[in-house]
Design a protein around this ligand. Structure first.
Ligand SMILES: [Mg+2]
Length: 336
């Protein structure tokens, strides 16, 4: 057993990337490029851990690099890299009341897992409880454009081997139904098809009207019909919907998961390592969902390679993932 090692340095490096494709959804268009962050945590034993700040929105990862440097770094220097729970508590004390800082905390926590894994010479999934599966179904998202363009995206992804497709909807209800109908006819009945409204529908009534039209198309789940705060409205929709309801934007950390579960607002939870605040919090949400009889998928920001690696370790170790509705993992980065 190696001796506990002290954290001696934390760096956060902004990384700007050009997007390989347009990313238009009901959330808007993030533009041609986005900034992420790479976090390096060093120790007195010479082991360095790497983490990633995955954040597509709210100015991307650059402001969160400052959060790491100015708030999280001073809270952790000198403490043990092995005491990950204590490090999470220190980070929560250093940045309170804001889930917006979760991707910064997640990057540091990811790096601590990397350090402990390297020190013990075990994969990170062992630190999360060990391997439960060897394979994870991937899903790819279709961005909003012309219906012909969306059908072309769907055909391309299926040709690439994806068994799950998620269609971005929520901008115009008529276009939503037309696009999903055309895509279903193009890809046939056997590809798992989900839709994601990204909070775009304007009311529970509008959402239910669209969902009723999507039901005959074999849509496996409807993601985030309404705004993040509309928990009660999602419970209302879920009680009346012929299709399973998934929450995404309504769910960042374990506190959000508790609220969603209590309100019976969803059948499925979309869990992000970044938004949850790290691997341990993501596992907590999976375990809360398991206890409540709900299923989870792993959502994608999307991430870069380090963030995808963290998602993959979570996918290996997490309790019951959703294969019935959608497959456990929807990581498919369009960033090159
Ligand atoms: Mg989503």
């Amino acid at each position: 057993m190696p001796k506990a090692m002290q954290i001696t340095g934390i760096e956060a490096i902004p990384v700007r990337l050009r997007l390989a494709q347009k990313m238009v959804t009901a959330l808007g268009d993030p533009g041609d490029s986005v900034t992420f962050g790479i976090v390096k945590v060093s120790t007195d034993a010479g082991i360095t851990g790497i983490g990633e700040i995955s954040m597509f929105w709210n100015g991307g990862g650059a402001p969160l690099c400052e959060t790491v440097r100015d708030l999280l770094r001073p809270a952790l220097i000198g403490s043990s890299a092995f005491d990950i729970s204590a490090a999470i508590a220190r980070m929560d004390q250093a940045v309170q009341f804001s889930v917006a800082a979760n991707p910064a905390k997640a990057a540091v926590e990811m790096a601590l897992h990397d350090i402990v894994g390297k020190a013990l010479d075990v994969p990170v999934y062992v630190l999360l409880g060990g391997r439960r599966r060897d394979r994870a179904l991937l899903s790819k998202s279709i961005m909003v454009e012309s219906i012909e363009g969306m059908v072309a995206q769907a055909r391309e992804f299926v040709a690439q081997g994806y068994k799950g497709i998620k269609v971005k909807v929520g901008i115009d209800p008529v276009d939503d139904v037309a696009a999903v109908t055309a895509i279903r006819h193009a890809i046939g009945p056997h590809i798992v098809l989900r839709v994601d409204a990204n909070m775009g529908w304007r009311s529970a009534k509008e959402a239910l009207a669209v969902i009723d039209q999507l039901a005959p198309l074999g849509v496996r789940a409807v993601e985030q019909p309404l705004a993040r705060e509309a928990i009660e409205e999602h419970a209302y929709i879920r009680a009346r919907s012929p299709l399973p309801i998934m929450v995404d934007e309504s769910l960042w950390g374990p506190d959000d998961a508790h609220r969603v579960i209590q309100a019976k607002a969803a059948d499925l939870l979309s869990v992000y390592v970044s938004e949850a605040g790290g691997l341990r919090n993501a596992m907590r949400i999976f375990e809360m969902a398991e206890t409540a009889g709900l299923r989870c998928v792993i959502g994608s920001m999307p991430e870069l390679g380090v963030g995808i690696a963290a998602c993959a370790h979570l996918a290996v170790a997490a309790p019951i993932c959703s294969s019935r509705w959608t497959g456990p993992m929807s990581c498919a980065s369009p960033i090159r």
